[in-house]
Design a protein around this ligand. Structure first.
Ligand code: SF4
Length: 362
């Protein structure tokens, strides 16, 4: 049996795709040893990223009021979930939050806008903001703004955007069950457009939305085909009131198997343990750092998550290192409370010092 894990690691170290049957075994094999799988996934992780952990901070610069109907999202059309909706934040506010993220050691600042995609004027406005963030704080910028065509991609590339995020979310076969207002092909086209214009893409998935293992495997291979260098793995945070809440599949072990699968199919990619890591991985959370080399802090688009100090402490405790120049007092408080989340999901109940996402602090 030991040879099987060793063979998986060896294939990943050579950047060779693992077989379909191995992928199925990783997700569902009953005789699988989780610790041995984590060890195999850690080999390419350590080869390409050492023990460094990249920290990402999301800033929801425009929230709600979306005309799309993604079933997992509280910002979709006709949503009754009580989130804070607002138009695009003023540039000075975005810059201020970028500065705080840079000082807290974030290697990348991720600006997220709700909506199907930006108009041309909004794209030019974003381009101006991206230039200022990069010039004034020297931090890399990722933008998630929906569907992008050639004209918009050219504007963003000229502004120096480092990465464009657009998640595939699930497999092509499962996509119709989570969204009807745009297609899987639209999503693939945006990733390919970004690539044509020299923008790196960031694209990942959400698990726990009623998909089967084959859906997860298919999207993992699709991301490899698209040569995506950054893959966020989101674990569905069940929000009361959303059409898609929880399929009950997300045990801590299932989450770790998914992260290992992504690492072994995409060994060179940055694998990010993203939304829901806190509530779904629970006591096994630090083990996510064996396959993943990046995590998000300070919450997600409309939900709270671990604060930066609590996250840094977990990274240290697990024997990993935060990448970049950290300027934060780890003796300060930690995290914020969960809100709006549905059954089976909770965050640590600790006093908060979260400093970067004031819109999630109410
Ligand atoms: S995921 Fe994006 S496009 Fe879909 S409903 Fe939410 S904000 Fe709109």
């Amino acid at each position: 049996m030991f040879e099987k894990y060793s063979a998986l690691a060896t294939a990943a170290l050579r950047d060779e795709p693992i077989s379909q049957s191995d992928a199925e075994w990783i997700l569902d094999g009953e005789d699988l040893s989780l610790l041995s799988l984590l060890q195999a996934a850690a080999e390419p992780r350590l080869k390409y990223f050492g023990k460094k952990v990249m920290i990402q901070v999301l800033n929801n610069v425009q929230s709600g009021r979306c005309a799309e109907d993604c079933g997992y999202c509280s910002q979709r059309k006709d949503s009754k979930v009580p989130i804070e909706s607002y138009p695009m934040k003023a540039e000075e506010e975005i810059l201020h939050e970028a500065e705080k993220a840079a000082k807290a050691g974030a290697s990348r600042y991720c600006m997220v806008l709700s909506g199907r995609g930006p108009g041309l004027d909004r794209t030019r406005q974003l381009a101006g903001t991206i230039k200022r963030v990069k010039q004034e704080y020297g931090i890399e910028v990722c933008l998630s703004a929906g569907l992008i065509d050639d004209e918009r991609a050219a504007i963003l590339a000229e502004a120096g955007l480092d990465r464009l995020n657009h998640n595939l979310n699930t497999s092509e076969a499962h996509y119709d069950r989570i969204c009807s207002t745009h297609s899987y092909a639209d999503r693939i086209a945006t990733i390919e457009t970004a690539k044509r214009h020299g923008l790196e893409s960031c694209s990942g998935l959400i698990v726990g939305m009623g998909e089967c293992s084959q859906d997860i495997i298919e999207v993992a291979y699709r991301l490899r085909e698209l040569e995506v260098p950054s893959i966020p793995a989101n674990f569905l945070i069940p929000i009361d009131g959303n059409p898609i809440t929880s399929d009950g599949s997300l045990t801590p072990e299932r989450c770790l198997r998914v992260l290992c699968l992504l690492r072994l199919i995409n060994p060179r990619a940055e694998i990010r343990a993203a939304a829901g890591r806190e509530g779904h991985l629970r006591g096994l959370e630090c083990l996510a750092l064996w396959p993943a080399n990046s995590i998000f802090v300070e919450g997600y688009l409309t939900t709270q998550g671990d604060g930066i100090a609590a996250t840094y402490r977990k990274i240290q405790d697990a024997g990993f290192e935060v990448a970049g120049d950290v300027q934060i007092d780890l003796e300060e408080g930690t995290t914020a409370e969960a809100s709006q989340t549905g059954a089976g999901y909770s965050l640590p109940d600790q006093e908060g010092d979260s400093i970067l996402r004031p819109e999630l602090r109410s």
